[in-house]
Design a protein. Sequence first.
Length: 174
Amino acid sequence: MRAILTISNILGKMLEFLIVFLLMLMTVLMFAQVLGRFVFQNGLFWAEELSRFTMITLVYLGAGVACKNKDHISVTILDGILKGTTHKLYRVFVALLSIAFLILVAKVGFSVLHVVSSQKSANMQITMNLIYMVIPISSCIMIFYLLMEILQLIFVQKSDDSPKAEAAAQGTKI
């Protein structure tokens, strides 16, 4: 379990670093594009397209980080009602439903790769496979973190499974 937690933490740090890098890249690209258009009357023809692709990647990778941190939007009415083992079973059920959905998303994402393999982006002329690849990758990342959550629910014993206790253990506020 410790090795899996280490892998999870390393993956999380890598994702966070990549997201920060991509956000900085997108900011620099947009600044250069605006500067080029308004000061030099000639912008970078590829900057807008690369910024769009960067934003798409940011969103999908950010969804993986949000899954790791349990920051996705959720309906929590049952979290306050259910206690103990029932609450754990409920959370495992929700995680399994999410995994089933993400498997479907990954499967469709992989099948779309075949469709877009012959398409190239308008300005940069890169294959669209590179852009669409983020869909199954981020789905697999989210599946990994949901499996981590299930393993923690099953094998890690906590005295209090309420969201407030979990947030207090993580040092966050609800």
